[in-house]
Write a protein that binds this ligand. Structure first.
Ligand SMILES: [Fe+2]
Length: 202
């Protein structure tokens, strides 16, 4: 598999134009399923060893693609996004996300973690912070993915006619995510959701 240059992005820190918001009380409706360790040969996949630095975006894309075999196609059972935690180690985490028709996640960062997602079934539409400061749109087709560095900001939506499943990998595991709005003033942070909150999901 090759990774197109535009899939690996280095983006100016959002801290240049935004301020961290007060930590709000939040409740995010979702359905989460936690799996036991998958049994995939992680060492063979990415050469992990204790103390290793965070995985690179390219390695995370390989991990996300490999974990497609661990999850199941979206059966359309939920009317909001649902989640499966496929793997959680000190170095990285892997989630499957099932997107109903119209399901989306608003503009967000990944708490300083690098990441990648791989579309297993269906296609997803992504708007991402571009180098010029605006938003860049693209559709991510099935059996394709996107890898990104720690400053990446994007939103993702299922604009298609059927549910979608994607697999997401992050390294290190995300401490939280900050959500943004995009307008004439640029990207403005709205709220941060933290991992230790009961409602946490990626
Ligand atoms: Fe994301």
């Amino acid at each position: 598999m090759t990774i197109a240059n535009d899939q690996l992005m280095t983006i100016a820190s959002p801290e240049e134009t935004t301020q961290a918001p007060e930590r709000p009380a939040i409740s995010v409706p979702h359905t989460a399923v936690v799996h036991p360790p998958s049994g995939l040969s992680l060492a063979a996949l990415v050469g992990l060893r204790p103390g290793r630095p965070p995985l690179t975006p390219a390695a995370l894309l390989e991990v996300a693609r490999a974990y497609v075999s661990v999850t199941a196609p979206n059966q359309g059972l939920f009317d909001s996004r649902s989640y499966e935690l496929l793997e959680l180690t000190d170095d990285f985490e892997v989630w499957a996300i099932h997107w109903p028709v119209g399901g989306q996640l608003e503009l967000h960062d990944h708490g300083g973690s690098s990441g990648a997602f791989w579309v297993a079934h269906g296609s997803l539409h992504e708007s991402a912070l571009a180098r010029h400061g605006g938003l860049r749109q693209r559709r991510v087709e099935p059996s394709n993915g996107v890898a990104f560095g720690p400053d990446y900001i994007h939103d993702v939506v299922n604009l298609g006619p059927a549910p979608v499943t994607s697999v997401h990998a992050y390294s290190p595991p995300m401490p939280g995510m900050t959500f943004y709005r995009h307008g004439p003033e640029g990207f403005v942070a709205k709220r941060t959701e933290y991992r230790d909150e009961p409602s946490w999901a990626p």
